[in-house]
Design a protein around this ligand. Structure first.
Ligand code: HEM
Ligand code: HEM
Length: 230
């Protein structure tokens, strides 16, 4: 059984994510998952087996803090080296329109693996725009509340009290989103090709044309070539 679509080198491919975006995404994924599993050790009762993986409860606390600092550095790296990419990402989210709503209406069928005709999408489809907003908000809340919990002496007592439920709620929302997102970005039959975009940087042109028709046309289509020639 093949879970990921084959990476085809001998067909036309187009660039989807640059090196900085890919290093950020995977660096963030590893540190996020480490924070999640060590955080669950601190959050849940009776998970001695999970705590044992990190050398006990205090080991989990230490790995949590180290991963949190690396995660923060990864975010700083993204801001410093691909600020333009972040601005373009935000601009794309703000282009949310009728075709994104149409996408969200057919998305449950797409998610369940039925073949659907995807309405023309920009760089990120309606679901990815939603995912971008929810996960980024949750991560910002996790980082802010996390440092407040870490250094309670330098923040007002009210902030420290609020930080705990904020950290927990953001963790739950982010985890639910990441579970769906990780499946869609890897083993999901229709969108699995996107994995190669995030792993190697390119996707098949025909896949890009079908899944992100507006982005493809604007970036690699005839219109883009005419604009470039002018
Ligand atoms: C910069 C990022 C982060 C910082 C600075 C941070 C910091 C902290 C600190 C200081 C604690 C308390 C630890 C203790 O009591 O020993 C904590 C707990 C926790 N963290 Fe984080 N964290 C961060 C990111 C994350 C992420 C990404 C997740 C999960 C997706 C997460 C999930 C949790 C959970 C579930 C707890 C237990 C909370 C509780 O007991 O109510 N954290 N974090
Ligand atoms: C094993 C886990 C993961 C896999 C397989 C995965 C896969 C992917 C892929 C393939 C893309 C590109 C989608 C496209 O072509 O537009 C992507 C984008 C993205 N990923 Fe991940 N990812 C994972 C974990 C995470 C985590 C932990 C986060 C944040 C907490 C995250 C946040 C994002 C965001 C915000 C985007 C851009 C918006 C979107 O495409 O939804 N990812 N991911």
């Amino acid at each position: 059984m093949q879970l990921l679509p084959e990476y085809k080198q001998d067909v036309p491919r187009v660039e989807r994510f640059n090196m900085v975006a890919r290093l950020t995404h995977w660096g963030h994924t590893v540190t996020f998952l480490l924070c999640l599993f060590t955080g669950l050790v601190l959050f849940l009762d009776g998970v001695d087996w999970l705590a044992a993986i990190f050398g006990g409860y205090s080991g989990a606390g230490l790995v949590h803090r180290i991963s949190a600092v690396i995660m923060t550095l990864v975010i700083v790296f993204f801001v410093v080296f691909d600020f333009k990419g972040i601005i373009n990402w935000i601009k794309d989210i703000l282009r949310f329109g009728l075709n994104d709503i149409k996408f969200l209406l057919v998305f449950p069928l797409e998610f369940l693996g039925f073949p659907v005709k995807v309405p023309p999408q920009t760089r990120f489809n309606g679901g990815e725009k939603g995912n971008s907003i929810v996960t980024s908000t949750c991560v910002i809340l996790l980082v802010l509340s996390g440092y407040i919990m870490w250094f309670p002496a330098i923040f007002p007592a009210g902030w420290v009290r609020v930080a705990y439920p904020v950290h927990d709620i953001a963790m739950v929302f982010a985890t639910v989103m990441v579970c769906m997102h990780a499946y869609l970005g890897s083993f999901h039959p229709g969108s699995g090709e996107s994995f190669w975009g995030m792993w190697k940087g390119t996707v098949r042109s025909d896949w890009a044309e079908h899944h992100h028709a507006t982005w493809y046309e604007e970036t690699y289509g005839e219109k883009a070539q005419t604009d470039e020639a002018e």
